[in-house]
Design a protein around this ligand. Sequence first.
Ligand code: NAD
Ligand code: UDP
Ligand code: UDP
Length: 343
Amino acid sequence: LEEQIRSLQTSTPRKYPKVKYLNYKNRKRILITGGAGFVGSHLVDDLMVQGHEVIVVDNFFTGRKRNVEHWLGHENFELIHHDIVNPLFIEIDEIYHLASPASPPHYMYNPVKTIKTNTMGTINVLGLAKRVMAKVLIASTSEVYGDPTVHPQPETYWGHVNPIGPRACYDEGKRVSETLSYAYAKQEKVQVRVARIFNTYGPRMHMNDGRVVSNFILQALRNETITVYGNGKQTRSFQYVSDLVDGLIALMASNYTQPINLGNPVEQTIGEFAQIIKQLVGGPSVIRQTKAMEDDPQRRKPDITRARQHLHWEPKVPLETGLKRTISYFRNELARSDRFQES
Ligand code: NAD
Ligand code: UDP
Ligand code: UDP
């Protein structure tokens, strides 16, 4: 065995994406909770390439090692299997707190756990930030606006949330997460940043997360019926993941402490969205209306005036470009899972 290990160690070294060299003054130790998930893993890539040290903490509920496997073994990277509901003692400069299931089927799977993650998990993150004097960015959501009565939604809108409905574990969990952040900021002088993230899509999205982007693309690729819940007149605004990651990094770097919407203001009805996907994927799928979702928000579109003003940020990737990249990712994933089944 010793021989074998030695020969492996001296054979071709592993290759990694190129990272910038940062001297110790500029290099930060950055914790990303939920870093093995969809958004988190893209954030890992950007921060690693910038030359920082990145520590991912994840319980792999919806995340996957595969999302970050290209960094495993890199000297600037660490992956810790840990549930953020339990305390965590490490030394870091910044925290991006993304740990939480995000799609309705995932966060409804175990509502109590969703609440614990967003309350106890956030308390642990804020307690850690307080002890080591780290800056924290909390990944909040447009769901804090519930089924909004104001359109588009500015950050000053307080929301319209059913506190005991099926989405409450997530919506109220995130609302408490925000409340906790400002309580720690005021009482304990923790530096907090709050991003209210709107629907985001892109490669590494969970294939079976039941969200509209993944469902429609998979249905179209498999020539199955595209299922529109309800009459399809409800709207969403979709942002590509690289735009979100740019916004998160800009927010962390800024001095702006109030909540800030990060989303793409181009709004679509879900019926129109089904047509767009069908046309981009091609194939014979038919679009059919099915049962409406309970408490489904009817309109959602971010007002991004604040992000434009304070972060000089706005989304850059057009829907069609982002969808083509996502469709190509899903196509490869399907081919890969077919190969697995054959072997
Ligand atoms: P995701 O499910 O891909 O990622 C979440 C990650 O958190 C996963 O890797 C999961 O395993 C991990 N996790 C969950 N519970 C945990 C726990 N108790 N301890 C440790 N790790 C845990 O989802 P995503 O789309 O990447 O979302 C990331 C964050 O952004 C979430 O906080 C989500 O609420 C927020 N957000 C996402 C969207 C979106 O459209 N993707 C929209 C609004 C807000
Ligand atoms: N905590 C943690 N890591 C730390 C510091 C604190 O996980 O480095 C946890 C701690 O276990 C506590 C929570 O964060 O449950 C809140 O910490 P805080 O200091 O605010 O509260 P206290 O410990 O006084 O209850
Ligand atoms: N939706 C749909 N068909 C699907 C999945 C979702 O019509 O197969 C609708 C859903 O009812 C909602 C919208 O698409 O109106 C967005 O749903 P998603 O679960 O992606 O995210 P949400 O914004 O509701 O959290």
